[in-house]
Design a protein around this ligand. Sequence first.
Ligand SMILES: [Zn+2]
Ligand SMILES: [Zn+2]
Length: 394
Amino acid sequence: MIDTDRGKKHGLDKCPRCGSSDIHYRVESRALVCSYCRHAWNEDNAERAFRLDTPIQELSGENVASGAQDVQAGDAMVTIKCQGCGAEVVVKSDETLQARCHWCRQVLSINHQIPNGAVPDAVLPFTLTREQAVEQIQGFVSSRRTFANRAFVREFVPENVKGVYMPCMVVDGNLHTDLRGTGEITTRTYTVQRRVSRDRTVSERYWDASVHELGRSFDILVDDLTAGSSRQYDRTDSSQATNYILDAVQPYDTREALVFNSNYLSGFTSERRDLDIDDLDERVEDKFLSIAREKARPTIAQYDRGVRWEREGIAIRGTRWVTMYVPVWLYSYYHRTAKGSYVHYIAVNGRTGKTMGSVPVSHPRIFALACAGGAVATAASAVVGWGVFLSNGF
Ligand SMILES: [Zn+2]
Ligand SMILES: [Zn+2]
């Protein structure tokens, strides 16, 4: 286990200059700012502070940061004794990591890790402002407006975007992969004229190919693979809501993440992590395997008719798991339909502005446009595009 706890007691987390506990993260300054004396500062870089940057090729076994341990069910209530006045304040830690003391009005924070998944190892703060996010969402919707559901367009208020810290696991992997399969190389192509009836011949084209057994065996070092770890937003099925929110707006510059401090969350909401390493294992291994296939690709260029991998194996020598809150500007829309309801999300990466999501479609509108003569071709392709878009969520 890698200990990433700051070693501070729950309670006041003061401004280093004036001692005030009124601290919030200001996107424009990209720093924590004291509301009282305006002093601005940041926590240390998490990777360096916790030595999470040791060489990946030296990783062996499962290395788990203390914030990535299994989530334990149970009481989420944390009682904090205010160091200012001695009063005791109860914080519902699965909803918030801060509360104001009822008596002296100072802000009390959850300052060390608790086993309910609410406190991660690191946080990657927002750098994209709310205004920039609103612009992104507006752009995303306006390019899809033609086919969008009318009620959605009517009720579209991009200013309702919410800043959400989404939990994810960041994984390093020291791996060995073994791929076996067959590949084909074209050796000759030719055309044969074949008589099909008395006065008609058809030309048929033939390929000769040589078939080869092949294998590739190599080491891979995976640095900072990210997997969303909130059940609600990273579910595999898309029957009720847009899914894989985080995957859609990747990548994040996870190397820049900072040591966690509850003050980064003030003014934003956060989703508690409720997926453990065991829940994500399979998904992560699948990603490892697709990285392996991708790495093998340049070495199989000579098999111009393709390669089919029949056996694929990954031997995991070592992994490192770290939990992190990453920033997402999230717009949600509850679409009520005859069959029930569906939650559409539009997500904006809070660092890069990358925007993805789904918008409810108006089927009558697509039909009307498809029938409008010249628009047939474009509209038809749009229908196909939207079909795929909706069934996959993102
Ligand atoms: Zn201050
Ligand atoms: Zn107090």
